[in-house]
Design a protein around this ligand. Structure first.
Ligand code: NAD
Ligand code: DAU
Length: 335
């Protein structure tokens, strides 16, 4: 695979994937990204010019998508509207990008018989009780809760239909919550780190009992690269690193690592329909492809992430005030 098209490559996970492939492959990468509020070309700084082409455009633009797919050996599809809170406020862009955008890409890879990997989320499976001994597997029924997760579920179904009906050579991965560098300050971990750096008390939704299954973004990249190269076409792979923690535990780790009082946070109105717990069983990925996460210590990973945000304020400061303004408007709308 010499020419890889990465949609959403200026976003958090897409940009980390591009950096990962620069280091771990000799592929030429083309990023297709419309640079929404979540896209930032600064996340691609430092990548050698000959290895990267950037196309600024929309994945719903069929002629543009067709032209880029025609000259690619594989497509890795990260582009999405990705934030649950935004989807509760204005679902429309989620339908356009996550559903119509995925359809547009599928039609192009069908025409050009191009290998396709679809990036999806564990949220398509809904949530688990805190004491449920089972975790999500590729046979767990779909049961999405938010407009975001419903549109990701719809996109997964489109991919499965295009594989079965048209023989598209696609794989799907459903990953748990990522953390690491270049994550937008609207998301839980960077929002709290940058609040503390700005002298503002972190904000915990509800009682903070909700559990997320954290994985370092570099491990997500290595898993996707394995699946793209060695995965079975038509298969769905769940990606996770056994990282379940409550939001309160994660926040208190961050506060401790940043030398703050562990109780120095505010509890705020809960997210409507807030999923209680996600938990991934990644044993198929481990046994079939031999994949292992490199980052197994969440506290160490959080420490590195905190250092990254401390040292790269230039990257996030411009987005911080607007993001917090958006949260205030969303809170008022839900009140
Ligand atoms: P992000 O919001 O940080 O980045 C999304 C990128 O897509 C941005 O660069 C944005 O400009 C681009 N984009 C949005 N709409 C577009 C359009 N119509 N055309 C072209 N580009 C467009 O998202 P992320 O957190 O990096 O998530 C990437 C993918 O991974 C998504 O598909 C998401 O569902 C999935 N995912 C995320 C997580 C997580 O923890 N963040 C976990 C599992 C799966
Ligand atoms: O599980 C994978 C999903 O993880 C991805 O599909 C999504 O794209 C990604 O955004 C993420 O979804 P979450 O809703 O779990 O992530 P978020 O960072 O928004 O919130 C994580 C948890 O923290 C969630 O339980 C809500 C809570 N939270 C969030 C924010 C922003 C807070 O308590 N306070 C906050 O300020």
């Amino acid at each position: 695979m010499k020419r890889i098209l990465v949609t959403g490559g200026a976003g958090f996970i897409g940009a980390n994937f591009v950096h990962y492939l620069i280091e771990h492959s000799d592929a030429h990468l083309t990023v297709l990204d419309s640079l929404t509020y979540a896209g930032n070309l600064a996340s691609l700084q430092g990548i050698p010019g000959p290895r990267l082409t950037v196309a600024i455009g929309d994945i719903t633009d069929a002629p543009l998508v067709d032209e880029l797919v025609a000259t690619s050996d594989a497509v890795v599809h990260f582009a999405a509207e990705s934030h649950n809170d935004n989807s509760l406020f204005d679902p429309r862009p989620f339908l356009d990008t996550n559903v119509v955008g995925t359809y547009t890409l599928l039609e192009a890879v069908r025409r050009h018989e191009t290998r396709f990997h679809h990036i999806s989320t564990d949220e398509v499976y809904g949530d688990l009780e805190l004491d449920d001994p089972n975790r999500f597997t590729d046979t767990t029924p779909y049961n999405p809760s938010s407009p975001y997760s419903a549109t990701k579920a719809a996109s997964d179904m489109l991919v499965r239909a295009w594989v079965r009906s048209f023989g598209v050579r696609a794989t799907i991965s459903n990953c748990s919550n990522n953390y690491g560098p270049y994550q937008h300050v609207e998301k839980f971990i960077p929002r709290q780190i940058t609040n503390i750096l700005a002298g503002v008390r972190p904000k915990l939704y509800g009682a903070g009992a909700n559990v997320r299954d954290w994985i370092h973004v570099e491990d997500h990249s290595s898993a996707v690269w394995e699946i793209l190269n060695r995965g079975t076409v038509g298969r769905t792979y769940l990606i996770g690193a056994d990282g379940e923690k409550s939001n309160r535990e994660v926040l208190q780790s961050i506060l401790g690592l940043m030398g703050q009082d562990p109780e120095a946070f505010d509890t705020v109105t809960d997210r409507p329909g807030h999923d209680l717990r996600y938990g991934i069983d990644a044993s198929v990925l481990r046994t079939e492809l031999g994949w292992r996460p490199a980052h197994r210590d969440l506290s160490a990973g959080l420490g590195q992430t905190i250092s990254w945000y401390r040292q790269n304020a230039w990257w996030w400061e411009g987005a911080k005030a607007g993001t917090e303004q958006r949260y205030l408007l969303q809170e008022a709308a839900h009140a």
